[in-house]
Design a binder for this molecule. Structure first.
Ligand code: GLU
Ligand code: MG
Length: 424
């Protein structure tokens, strides 16, 4: 959107955002007229934990240094639920303009370029789940009580739900579907597939829009993997399809379940690297309270056609794609798309047979890491992801994961859930 048009809409300032390694969207804002000038930001944000403790990373940390946020004019959007405000996502560069090696959005761009070098493209989209609580308290007091998927719940918060959909639409976010989800006072919105970096941007915009609409209704939105210690959590499932010459490689192939050999190899790569990817897509201590069997969180390292308990669900049909169901919204969406593409491109050993039953009843189906420590160790030692994303970025992500493990070392699940609930 042109800045002149934004001024006519009453926009006075632009929120320039990036997402840190702990999954928190951080912001520096500039008056509309100042948008063309890069904005200063310290690299120390790369070692922030979810509740703002700053750790000493192996490669990043300390008070010295400064970067520049380059707002992406392509995504400049007037914020429907925040009159006076526009938003733009940023890449982070050095002061002399060189790209910053640890920037997550630039990492996602690099992986999309690698796809292009191989003659490939990807389409991606995130499902956003959140629970709506009453305002004025840090406890979770459900704002709606109707059953999961019930129209009754949507009626309870009718104006709110319409405002969410309206705000997203006004901002150019293409909503595919909206529904009350399974957990108490939980809702979900899914958005149309797009280029992976755009999909990550849209995930940020969608979440921040939901947050703002929710606040305008005097309510609070929790995107935490686990809003309360009992029940089903919030997922942040990634959908990804692979394309060559305008053809979706996840359908009408002669491999298993109609995959083309290239999509099968990509899926094998994602499957093989799932333990390491878990440190990216399920990145908080609370993630492991969610990632248990029979909670719709798909904690098994397996794949299957429309199987909702395997981490990888092949969604069939004309829009066939791979859904990674184990990921949640404490993840940085740029790291999620970057690491998933890197894993897919790295490939793996032969794709095992798809599963058409709940793995919970089967012996021998590997579980995903069951703790953040286990996942962080897998990421640290995943050579392909280190090579693709860069050792400094991977080590810094691992440092942040271990920092959050230490932060919660003596905490009960109740305490983990309470600290995490409103952070993302
Ligand atoms: N809320 C579930 C999760 O934690 C997902 C429910 C579903 O959409 O299948 O991922
Ligand atoms: Mg859902």
């Amino acid at each position: 959107m042109e800045t002149a048009h934004l001024a006519e809409l009453g926009v006075v300032a632009v929120a320039v955002t990036w997402v840190d390694n702990s999954g928190v969207t951080r912001v520096k804002s500039v008056p509309l007229a100042g948008l063309g000038t890069p904005v200063g930001a310290s690299p120390v944000f790369d070692v922030f934990l979810l509740q703002d403790t700053i750790i000493d990373g192996r490669f990043v940390g300390g008070p010295v240094g400064d970067l520049r946020l380059h707002a992406d004019p392509q995504r400049l959007t007037a914020l429907a639920a925040q009159p006076g405000w526009a938003w733009a996502p940023a890449d982070r560069h050095h002061q002399d303009g060189r790209p910053y090696a640890l920037d997550q959005r630039l990492a996602a761009k690099r992986m999309v370029e690698r796809l292009a070098d191989a003659g490939l493209a990807a389409q991606a989209g995130f499902e956003i789940e959140w629970a709506v609580g009453r305002g004025g308290t840090d406890d979770f007091v459900p704002a709606a009580t109707g059953p999961g998927y019930s129209h009754a719940r949507q009626v309870e918060l009718s104006d709110y739900c319409a405002d969410v959909i309206r705000a997203l639409g006004t901002q150019g976010v293409r909503v595919l579907q909206f529904h009350p989800e399974y957990a108490t006072s939980q809702f979900e919105v899914s958005t149309a597939a797009e280029d992976p970096v755009a999909a990550a941007d849209t995930a940020v915009l969608t979440r921040e829009t939901i947050r703002a609409v929710t606040a305008r209704h005097g309510l609070r939105a929790s995107f935490s993997p686990k809003v309360t210690t009992t029940g089903v959590g919030n997922g942040g499932h990634l959908h990804l399809s692979l394309w060559r010459d305008g053809r979706n490689l996840f359908t009408r192939g002669d491999g298993p379940l109609g995959l083309t050999p290239e999509a099968a190899a990509f899926t094998a790569g994602v499957l093989e690297h799932l333990p390491a990817l878990t440190a990216i897509g399920s990145p908080s201590v609370a993630s492991y309270l969610r990632l248990v069997p029979s909670h719709w969180a798909a904690p098994f390292a397996a794949w299957g056609l429309e199987n909702r308990e395997t981490a990888l669900r092949l969604v069939s049909g004309a829009n066939a794609n791979l859904e990674i169901k184990s990921f949640d919204l404490s993840a940085n969406p740029y790291l999620v798309v970057a690491a998933t593409i890197a894993a897919g491109l790295a490939g793996g050993s032969e794709l095992p047979a798809p599963l058409d039953v709940d793995p919970a009843g089967l012996a021998g189906v590997p579980r995903l890491p069951s703790s953040l420590t286990e996942a962080a160790d897998a990421l640290e030692h995943d050579q392909a992801l280190n090579d693709a994303l860069g050792r400094e970025l991977v080590a810094t992500i691992v440092d942040v994961r271990r920092g959050e493990v230490a932060l919660f070392a003596d905490s009960t699940p109740e305490e983990v859930v309470a600290v995490t609930r409103w952070q993302h």
